[in-house]
Write a protein that binds this ligand. Structure first.
Ligand SMILES: Nc1ncnc2c1ncn2[C@@H]1O[C@H](COP(=O)(O)OP(=O)(O)OP(=O)(O)O)[C@@H](O)[C@H]1O
Ligand SMILES: [Mg+2]
Length: 222
């Protein structure tokens, strides 16, 4: 599903170079749920961003569904991301002026789905994440945990093959964090997709099938 060979990422900031990822190799299959742990600044978000095609790598190769993503045009990369990838951002990136349903519908609007299909798919996932009573609420009226559930719903509404989750439980208490994680695991199982989750919380990482740690630019199975 996702294969990467010797990927490196160096940020260039003026004359300074920051090497964040160094010759990383990974092989993630359908159904895998993988936790990436590491201290703050170790490169977890960077790894998720490059694996999902949000950011360029400096060297190496990434294949998603046997497609070499660095060889795709901007347009094809965008199409690949809207059909195959769901991303839960570390800082949500929900549109606060829009309602719960409108935010969740966005990936389907980009794909140009029929309006009644969009409504049905959005309402179905809103129900699954337990936000039926909040469907027409504007985002800025929701609690932190509710916003997190909207971000999760938006990342899975288009049935992506790979879900990237960047600290999806970072701002939640332990109970809510466990609920969010089991919701995410259920959605992944239901769609037979894969989950790659960055977290600094080893207790959360223990709930997934595989664990890897990132340190000094390298990744190791733990
Ligand atoms: N656009 C950028 N330009 C330059 N350096 C960057 C850029 N983005 C991230 N970095 C640096 O890369 C390193 C890794 O950042 P990253 O956000 O991937 O860490 P992280 O493991 O996700 O941390 P956290 O747990 O705090 O979210 C940090 O030292 C950061 O300062
Ligand atoms: Mg991060």
């Amino acid at each position: 599903m996702l294969v990467c060979n010797n990927i490196s990422k160096i940020y260039k900031d003026g004359t300074t170079e920051v090497s964040v990822l160094s010759e990383i190799n990974l092989n993630i299959d359908s159904g895998d749920t993988v936790a990436i742990v590491g201290s703050s600044g170790s490169g977890k978000s960077t790894l998720l961003h490059v694996l999902s095609g949000l950011e360029n790598i400096t060297s190496g190769e990434i294949f998603i569904d046997n497609m070499l993503i660095s060889k795709l045009s901007e347009n094809d990369l965008c199409k690949m991301r809207t059909s195959k990838i769901g991303f839960i951002y570390q800082f949500h990136h929900l549109i606060k002026e829009l309602s719960v349903r409108e935010n969740i519908s966005l990936p389907l609007l980009i794909k140009n789905n029929d309006n009644s299909d969009i409504r049905m798919a959005a309402d179905n996932i809103i129900d699954q994440v337990g936000l039926k009573h909040r469907a027409d609420y504007q985002i800025d009226k929701l609690s932190g945990g509710e916003r997190q559930r909207v971000a999760i719903a938006r990342s899975v509404v288009h049935n992506p093959k790979i879900i990237f989750a960047d600290e999806p439980t970072g701002n939640l208490d332990k109970n809510n964090a466990k609920n969010i994680l089991s919701l995410l695991s259920d959605l992944v199982n239901f769609n037979n997709s894969s989950l790659i989750m960055a977290t600094h919380d080893l207790e959360m990482a223990a709930l997934l099938n595989k664990r890897m740690s990132i340190e000094n630019g390298s990744i190791n199975t733990i």
